[in-house]
Design a protein around this ligand. Structure first.
Ligand SMILES: [Zn+2]
Length: 429
């Protein structure tokens, strides 16, 4: 592989045609007058984006390697066009010490096909009782900046306040899984007409909204940064909109599945649709899309949650919560937001690249398509139609709710720091 090459006939998300020169892993010029007399690769008008950044991935290693490993999860990431994924700490052991986050970090470096950035637990064992070693994780080789008890909510307001105070020291962020545990005991799906018809215990919107309301006020009080994981209700969007208008440092994410699917799918009793937070109503889906469109919701994050077959092939109440999502994320978000007319392609790309990089303190490595930035980018065929197939995924798990769905927009090639890690659909590393 030549170390210097030029991508020609590239389409940028803004619609302009451009050329991009890559030398020794770095973008050295962009534009029509880009340096010539080097190897040219003709992209034939395909879209070029910076590498995607996922602030919310579950890799399951250490401890649940039958569901996913750093190796399989990073392959799924590359397939989806992700150059950086943030690994949630609900592993076994929980990533609540410098030792565990350094282990996850080095496993990612060994695989070397994308960045694996550990998220540290907020509380020991994610039990919500005592703070974890937040400063030790921040100062470890993994340099953790994002902390979350995802899967569990930091429901104790005093612990949440202390955690926000700690991360303020190094300009970190607490990513809250907003779910009041008392309001959601044994909850199985969204609380509404369908849950009562099906006889499944409901999960009220207020269980999410009450925690978000409390936490934006705490973040304001402490003057610290708060990130809200996987917003799922119209009311949550309203609260975050209000908080941003007040100047509170809050950011928010939404998953591709919450932008497309509704709680009516629970009528199938197929636990493939069982997820936390639950799929909500059509009204919520539209409010979430509007929230992305007006910038209330900053980013798209996958909440890629692999589970082995036996955890999903059972009765609904016994099944695990969660869906895989890395490999289909762009196509689903493109359909839900851009094809629906809610959002421009340029804004979708920002919501999957530079904006999550800023929230995760990764702007130095993921600064977008700019001269001097590491050459980590995707080549995407927007016109290409493909069918999501659970039997052809890189993930070790196959729990996608989109099996059989025809979508548009295929990530074809992926460049990571100047090296092709996927080329024309074939993963090379
Ligand atoms: Zn969560």
């Amino acid at each position: 592989m030549t170390r210097t090459f030029k991508l020609v006939n590239a389409r940028l998300a803004t619609g302009e045609k451009s050329s991009i020169t890559v030398e020794a892993g770095v973008i050295t010029s962009i534009g029509e007058n880009a340096k010539s007399d080097v190897t040219e690769i003709d992209l034939k008008g395909k879209l070029v984006t910076p590498s995607f950044v996922d602030l919310h991935t579950h890799l399951r290693e250490p401890g649940k390697e039958n569901a996913e490993t750093v190796a399989s999860g990073t392959r799924a990431a590359v397939r989806g066009g992700f150059g950086a994924i943030y690994a949630m700490p609900n592993t076994n052991p929980v990533a609540d010490t410098a030792g565990v986050v350094e282990q996850v970090h080095s496993l990612g470096l060994e695989e070397g096909r994308c960045d694996v950035i550990p998220i540290g637990a907020v509380t020991r064992g994610q039990e919500g009782k005592q703070l974890a070693e937040i400063l030790a994780m921040a100062h470890s080789r993994a340099g953790v900046r994002v902390f979350s008890d995802d899967g569990n909510c930091v429901s104790d307001p005093l612990l949440m306040r202390r955690a926000l105070e700690y991360v303020k020291i190094f300009d970190g962020v607490i990513a809250q899984h907003a779910q009041d545990p008392e309001l959601t005991k044994d909850a199985q799906m969204n609380e509404g007409i369908i849950s009562s018809r099906l006889g499944l215990k409901g999960w009220p919107a207020v269980a999410e909204e009450a925690i978000i309301a409390r936490d934006v006020l705490l973040a304001d009080h402490v003057g610290s940064k708060l990130h809200i994981c996987h917003l799922s209700t119209a009311g949550s969007v309203e609260i975050v909109r209000w908080a941003k208008a007040r100047g509170i440092h809050v950011t928010a994410e939404v998953t591709p599945h919450h932008l497309l699917l509704t709680d009516e799918l629970a009528s199938t009793f197929d636990p493939i649709y069982k997820v936390n937070p639950p799929l909500r109503t059509e009204r919520d889906v539209h409010a979430l899309r509007d929230g992305v469109a007006d910038g209330t919701i900053d980013i798209i994050a996958t909440d890629h949650a692999p589970h082995p077959l036996e955890s999903k092939e059972c009765e609904w109440p016994a099944a695990a919560f969660g869906m895989i999502g890395l490999e289909s994320a762009f196509a689903i978000a493109y359909r839900a937001l851009v094809k629906s007319g809610s959002l421009s392609l340029q804004s979708l790309v920002a919501a999957m690249t530079t904006k999550p990089a800023v929230i995760g303190s990764l702007s130095d490595r993921m600064s977008g398509l700019t001269v001097g930035a590491p050459a980590s980018l995707n080549v995407i065929d927007l016109e290409k139609e493909w069918v999501i197939d659970r039997d052809r995924v890189e993930s070790k798990s196959s729990n996608t709710p989109f099996h059989g769905l025809q979508v548009e927009g295929a990530v074809e090639s992926v460049l990571f720091r100047g090296e092709w890690v996927m080329r024309d659909g074939a993963i090379l590393r």
